[in-house]
Design a protein around this ligand. Sequence first.
Ligand SMILES: Nc1ncnc2c1ncn2[C@@H]1O[C@H](COP(=O)(O)OP(=O)(O)O)[C@@H](O)[C@H]1O
Ligand SMILES: Cc1ncc(COP(=O)(O)O)c(N)n1
Length: 272
Amino acid sequence: MTCQTQLNVPVALTIAGSDSGGGAGIQADLKTFAFHCVHGTSALTCVTAQNTQGVSRVDALPPEAVVAQIEAVVSDIGVQATKTGMLLNQEIIQAVATQVKILGLDNLVVDPVMVSRTGAQLIDDSAVQCLRDVLMPLAAIVTPNRYEAQILSGLAIHTLEDMQAAAQCIHQLGVTAVLVKGGGMTGSLRGVDVWFDGQELSTLKTEQVETHHTHGTGCTLSSAITANLAQGKDLGSAVRCAKDYVTTALNYALDMGQGTGPVGHFFPLLRS
Ligand SMILES: Nc1ncnc2c1ncn2[C@@H]1O[C@H](COP(=O)(O)OP(=O)(O)O)[C@@H](O)[C@H]1O
Ligand SMILES: Cc1ncc(COP(=O)(O)O)c(N)n1
């Protein structure tokens, strides 16, 4: 059989942590890229020992190792879009921001990962300011969840109006576009996201999925946005398509382990 070499496959890069349980982090990102037929590359920042119940250990990589991975990928393969996930500490955030500038990485999606679904802290306290001041202004879009938006804006978030105020406040930090995610909201707001790009303030709403298995939703949404940007979609379309994908993946969430199971990245393929 003759090899059908593929030309012009889009390439995306994830700079994030490993989740041994396969639900979030690098593992969720690469599955999402693959689902979108985007070639996934990665720069690992840290290794978490993690399952559906929680995070039991985190080992950081040296910033030089993170830089070397990014350089190796970009200098040879090239990337059309990049996302950051769990960056853990100030040294890694600073190193990543420097690489973004030196290598001119555009279409940058920053998921400001701070706390996991199971309540584990995923960033050093001292690193939040660096994430906010140094990396977030380089992003095409920043995607905080409810708790991250509260930290970044300094506002308590309980209502849709609170989400809108937080999105506007985070935009003022010098961020191009913000999506405040509503997976951590209660009642009818669960699963409602708020978008603000300095001009348009809008609400993204799909169906609300009644499931407890939501591990990796944020990583999946941000990597789907990244995959869509790598394919050449504009930011608004990339976000809307990613929201639809995460909703479908939630509908096929996996009931595995004793705690919060992961979303089903490939299960939409099994639809009859
Ligand atoms: N139960 C749900 N039903 C519908 N959408 C949801 C649900 N839970 C989360 N989402 C969506 O998943 C995406 C990720 O959001 P969120 O869960 O808040 O992120 P994170 O994993 O960072 O906490 C958002 O688009 C959010 O609205
Ligand atoms: C390595 C890593 N990166 C990100 C998250 C956040 O994902 P979630 O909020 O869905 O638990 C995580 N738990 N682990």
